[in-house]
Design a protein around this ligand. Sequence first.
Ligand code: C2O
Ligand code: CU
Ligand code: CU
Length: 519
Amino acid sequence: MSMNRRKFLSLAAAVPLTAIGANAFFRNSAHAAEPGFPLFIPGASGPFGVLEPEGPLKLVAEHGRLPLAGGGATPFLWYRASHQGKDYQNPILRVRSGQELKVTLANSLSQPTILHWHGLHLPGKMDGHPRNTIDAGAEYHYAYKVMNRGGTYWYHTHAHHLTAEQAYKGLASFFIVEDDDDLALRQALNLELGVTDLPLVIQDKRFNDKGEFLYKPNPMEGMMGYLGDVILANLTPSAFTEIGTRIYRFRLLNGSNARIYKLAFVKDGRKLPYHVIGTDGGLLDKPYPVTEAFLSPGERLDVLLDASGLAVGDELRLRSLAFDPLEGGGMMGGMMRRMNVSRLASGEAFDILKLKVARRVSERHRLPARLSNIRPIATAKAKVRPVRLEMGPMRWFINGETYREDAYPIEVRRNSTEIWEIRNDRHSMAHPMHMHGFQFQVLARRNSPAQVRALGRYGNGRAAGDLGWKDTVLVWPGETVRLAVDFSHDFGGDQVYVFHCHNLEHEDNDMMVNMRVRA
Ligand code: C2O
Ligand code: CU
Ligand code: CU
């Protein structure tokens, strides 16, 4: 452990921690006989409360304590806000497309931080680039217009070399953008946020014997990613919730540092069909029926589950199915298995959320045939940029580079269109690659492993989750993923962003490069 981290830990222990009352976060279960804990569902204030910003907003990054179901109050890092007389911790921000936002980040942690708006199209200075990391006690001012389509975005810490630990300990939440397409869907299906439209962040954590988050990656875990052995849905372990016989929308966010999920709804051992309706950058053109989908760190998947054909008393589970993590092509994989102390290996199967059909609902809704309009990026004049991902000595490289603050390995021209051909080495591991500032479109997957090819039924090897606007894409070992990116913007001057792996241990170990958009 470096001196800096040692210092941080002892300082943190000395800071008086604000705690939330034990029942404020997890209300007592009305169903004590149920094994597990009621899924935490965001309300109108408090932890993860839905906040619709009117006027300037201040987010204070600070130490707190969050009581978790079945455990003690774990030290937690959150963004605290007070807005129109209500208090929030890690508010779910809900805004309209086109809305102007003014946000001040105040750093009340005992270490540096910065806040990044994941998926938003913003000027470089508003993006939360790691070079804008501020010291403890300092503030950063954001003012921008939300130009994105409706969709499920998120915000989280991007503190230079501290992102993984700070995000693990809590600094992240949803950023929901609404537009007319989203409103139309909401009306067609009579969806209500927090009731039938559920933001669901999936994470894996390790706990110490006091029931507190344990974040202590060894060097091999720094290389491969830090896996937890307790699966949390909205911070609830062994989560269950009751549903009615109708359509539900789940806005799934993989908020894990390193774990990949293969998501399926399962009833009596059989996979149920569900519909993918949206990806990182909002709604697809129409709903796509699937039975399973991969979700890697940073990605979102918006899905509809139709429970109208089920009977009261039926039980189903949102599960992660077994898959081959394809780690390190042999040697690394073996080393990984020996040195990773997580009891839940990558690719193992487990439940995420139990759903119990508890009531009959008479509402009947039809899935809309159209959801939104996705215009393909014109690529006729696009320049092709090769991007290689490969292993180096105890770190990962992007085109042979690791992060240097004043180097710009990727330079693109404003208003140009590029095709990125991201090729992952065969002796590598799966990397969820993320671009700041711009959403892209996946054109093709090539040389995909069989388990990925099996889902790639939508042309050029693409799965349903590849068909919309994206900011993060999983690239498997040996695979090549082609993306189209349109670098049009109307911000003044050069803009600097980063392109990095969203396995947060990889990011903190510098699997990241600057991307400069030249005016
Ligand atoms: Cu969600 Cu650069 O990050
Ligand atoms: Cu991002
Ligand atoms: Cu990676």
